[in-house]
Design a protein around this ligand. Structure first.
Ligand code: THU
Length: 146
């Protein structure tokens, strides 16, 4: 029974992040790709932080939603910030929710703050998938020991 209750808690926790991610996506500045991306994360301290993508006429200067959320979390909690879970979602200019998976750069950024963190995003069949940040990026770069 305890396990059952725990699962319910974890589920509503992710639902909150999914809702907040969709709200964050509405704030996106994405005039070039027209893909509005939102991310909402929970820190191990229990706080929620959100981010959206911010594009630029000089395309390579654009920022992803996940890294914006991480920046907000570090700004608020400092170097002790650790990632517990993050939800990422996106919709297009027609308002249709689209499947999205964190890009390679964002995977590296996520794993930096929580190898075992839950990462939730929509698959092409519209179902939410949950994987750990570590599982999303095998053989990742880590700073070499000297
Ligand atoms: N984007 C994100 O915000 N997160 C990702 O993980 C993948 C891509 C944004 C960047 C750009 O503004 C738009 O989606 C299209 O690539």
């Amino acid at each position: 029974m305890r396990g059952h209750l725990f699962d319910d808690t974890a589920m509503s926790d992710l639902d909150t992040l999914r809702t907040r991610a969709l709200q964050a996506a509405q704030q996106a500045y994405a005039p070039y790709s027209r893909l509005r991306v939102g991310a909402a994360l929970r820190s191990t301290a229990g706080q929620v932080y959100t981010g959206c993508n911010v594009e630029n006429a000089s395309y390579t200067l654009g920022n992803c939603a996940e890294r914006a959320a991480i920046a907000a979390a570090v700004q608020a909690e400092g170097a002790g910030f650790r990632l517990a879970a993050i939800a990422v979602t996106a919709f297009d200019s027609a308002g249709d929710v689209l499947p999205i998976s964190p890009c390679g750069g964002c995977r590296q950024a996520l794993v930096e703050f929580g190898e075992d963190a839950t990462v939730s995003f929509r698959q092409p069949d519209a179902q939410w998938l949950e994987v750990t940040a570590g599982a999303l990026l095998p053989h990742r770069f880590s700073f070499p020991e000297r």
